[in-house]
Design a protein around this ligand. Structure first.
Ligand SMILES: Nc1ncnc2c1ncn2[C@@H]1O[C@H](COP(=O)(O)OP(=O)(O)OP(=O)(O)O)[C@@H](O)[C@H]1O
Length: 255
């Protein structure tokens, strides 16, 4: 049997006084498109950072591709687009191709002329996010949504098997959010990239995802989105407090 790509085993995490995660166990399997949902402060970003190895759990362990994360070497298999990736200084002088090439694991340094192979890799990554026409543009001239696609291309150029995105649609206007999630769904289905994302766009993301994890310090539900309606009202209340109505349509429940 193939090992889960991410296997979180009974982890807890405290920031000094604050308990952020409490005995979390969950697995992400190859091909999943998982949305992690939860109210503000429920530990979503903390969980992503643990998956990425940016912070170590206070308790428990995590295996990546079947290997204990402490000895996992193939970090390039896990791509990451952080929440604030597109909120850089608007005067940032780089071109799109320079930003995307910056995602290569083996960097060739700063170049006057980009090597042909690097250029081809940049084009391929930009094609995957339908942004190849923007290759020579300055990144600072692009819209928030276009910049976010460029940062995804920057993650894709290293050929990750999993892409982890923290609220990727922040700064993207409403009309473009649908198209953005369609693009992620294509990467998931056509390029077999497993997707893990944190989002508040519950309405828009529902059609594209396969799995949902409902987090609020602990996991209140994790499974196929179609099964979410089996979650009891008490669990929903414990998970999301007063805003539970917001997510009732996922999984086919209309209560
Ligand atoms: N660097 C930090 N130092 C101390 N406490 C922190 C730190 N980062 C997060 N926290 C606390 O840990 C808890 C979980 O935070 P986290 O950022 O993981 O939540 P989140 O679900 O991503 O929130 P949001 O939806 O608002 O982005 C919160 O109570 C938060 O205040």
């Amino acid at each position: 049997m193939v090992a889960p790509l991410i296997d979180i085993q009974d982890i807890s995490f405290d920031y000094e006084e604050t308990k952020a995660l409490d005995h979390i166990s969950m697995k992400v399997e190859e091909g999943d498109f998982l949305a992690i949902l939860g109210p503000n402060g429920s530990g979503k970003s903390t969980l992503l950072k643990i998956m990425l190895g940016l912070i170590k759990p206070s308790k428990g362990k995590i295996e990546l591709f079947g290997v204990d994360s402490k000895s996992f070497k193939n970090r390039e298999w896990i791509g990451y687009v952080s929440q604030k990736s597109n909120s850089f200084n608007s005067g940032f002088p780089a071109t799109v191709k320079e930003v995307v090439a910056g995602g290569l694991v083996k960097k060739t340094g700063l170049f006057h002329r980009m090597p042909k192979k690097t250029y081809e890799q940049v084009v391929e990554a930009l094609e995957a996010v339908s942004m190849e026409a923007f290759i020579d543009r300055s990144i600072s001239e692009l819209s928030g949504g276009q910049q976010q696609r460029i940062f995804i291309a920057r993650a894709l150029i290293a050929k990750p098997k999993v892409l982890i995105l923290d609220e990727p649609t922040v700064g993207i206007d409403h009309e473009n959010v649908q198209a953005f999630y369609d693009m992620l769904a294509r990467l998931n289905q056509d390029k077999n990239i497993t997707m893990v994302l944190v989002t508040h766009d519950v309405d828009t993301v529902t059609d594209r995802i396969t799995h949902v994890a409902c987090l609020n310090q602990t996991i209140h539900f994790h499974g196929y989105k179609e099964q979410l309606h089996t979650m009891s009202d008490e669990k929903r209340e414990a998970w999301y407090g007063h805003s539970v109505r917001k997510i009732h349509h996922i999984g086919g429940s209309h209560t």
